[in-house]
Design a protein around this ligand. Structure first.
Ligand SMILES: Cc1ncc(COP(=O)(O)O)c(C=O)c1O
Length: 370
């Protein structure tokens, strides 16, 4: 039989996102979406932009980059905008990591190994500590040349270490590194690109953006999908030194000039502008998270302390997969990862108070039956 697919395509194991089912109405706590929806200003800005849709968007995203730059106190040349932070992360691989090895935690965002395979980048997974925290020392001490230590240089992983990729807070654990720990890693790896994926930083962590001025090897990636409630619009951005931003632009402009459309540019700029709505909804999510975490502990769950818009939980007697399936039957979707080390955990997105009360009654019922 003729094989039409390239060897690369034949070998790919694509990322599987959390489901977006349409068979019935669910309480959706499975993809870390924001329950409150975008600011009214976003809706107005998008409506206004519809009249210009016959025109291509600005390929350099200048107006949005200026808005992001002003918000974070950096310059336009330090900002790159992409079609969701997934795209920014994807561009980072050919821009910085190919022909070497990238390090990331063994429990983390499952897109990282997928990008590594797509862009033929080797990777080495660094184990989390038993409490799911990241030890910054594990990412230091690779030497100035970034050579792989001899005992770890096997056929799969050998090669110069070109980069480090860490989500902060980490997903799916929700655990956060202190800014000093991030700086320790960035400082110890000045000859490698250190990419901090801050998709969830607004829910309790301290951003590393302030370090980008001092460390030209640091790239901070953020998204408007979570704290700005724009998952459906697909906008993410990176902040870093000009050299790194130029690298991302070189890749993007060799792939597609217009990755971010007019509606997305307009809506994202309005979302950044509406600081009041952002803070209000973020604070509501944090308050709900703390309330839900305490209630889950009362029911008997182990709850990993979270600085994100989700909690990572495990029950001492009822298996996570069973809880996941029972909740699904009751119309509540959470995320279950059938993977080593975390196959008895569930990741539960923080929804509205009403949604979380329904979730809590459901798990109370499930736990009481065992
Ligand atoms: C750690 C992390 N990084 C990046 C993303 C991608 O976000 P988006 O492409 O919606 O900006 C996600 C999405 O869930 C995530 O969990």
């Amino acid at each position: 039989m003729t094989e039409y697919l390239s060897e690369l395509a034949q070998g790919l194991k694509p990322y599987v996102p959390g489901e977006q089912p349409s068979d019935r109405q669910y309480i959706k706590l499975n993809t870390n979406e924001n329950p409150y929806g975008p600011s009214h200003q976003v809706k107005l800005a998008i409506e206004e932009e519809i009249g210009s849709l016959r025109l291509y968007p600005d390929p350099d995203c200048v107006a949005l980059r200026d808005r992001v730059a002003a918000y974070y106190g950096v310059s336009r040349e330090n900002v790159f905008v992409g079609n969701g932070s997934d795209e920014v992360l994807a561009f980072a691989f050919p821009a910085f990591f190919t022909s070497g090895t990238v390090l990331f935690p063994n429990i983390t965002y499952s897109f990282y190994p997928v990008y590594s395979d797509l862009f033929k980048t080797k990777y080495m997974e660094i184990p989390l500590k038993e409490d799911f925290s990241i030890d910054p020392a594990d990412y230091c001490g690779f030497g100035t040349a970034g050579e792989m230590p001899d005992d770890q240089a096997d056929g799969m992983h050998e090669g110069r270490i070109r980069g480090i990729l860490i989500p902060n807070p980490n997903a799916p654990t929700g655990k956060c590194l202190a800014p000093e720990a991030v700086e320790q890693i960035v400082k110890a790896n000045r000859d490698k690109v250190v990419l901090i994926d801050e998709a969830y930083i607004d829910f309790g962590g301290v951003s590393a953006v302030g370090l980008t001025e001092r460390y030209e090897n640091l790239l901070v990636v953020m998204t408007l999908s979570k704290s700005r409630a724009l998952a459906g619009l697909r906008v993410g951005f990176a902040i870093g030194g000009k050299k790194l931003i130029d690298g991302l632009n070189a890749v993007k402009n060799s792939f597609n000039s217009y990755t971010v459309d007019r509606l997305a540019l307009a809506g994202a700029a309005a979302a950044i502008e509406d600081g009041r709505y952002f803070m209000q909804t973020r604070d509501m999510i944090i308050a709900t998270r703390e309330r839900v975490a305490a209630a889950l502990c009362d029911i008997g769950f182990k709850v990993v302390p979270s600085q994100a818009n989700f909690v990572f939980i495990s029950h001492p007697t009822v298996r996570a997969q069973a809880i996941f399936e029972e909740l699904r039957g009751m119309g509540i979707l959470v995320r279950y990862f059938n993977k080593p080390l975390i196959d008895n955990y569930l990741r539960v997105t923080i929804g509205t108070d009403e949604e979380m009360d329904r979730f809590l009654s459901a798990v109370r019922e499930i736990a009481a039956l065992r």
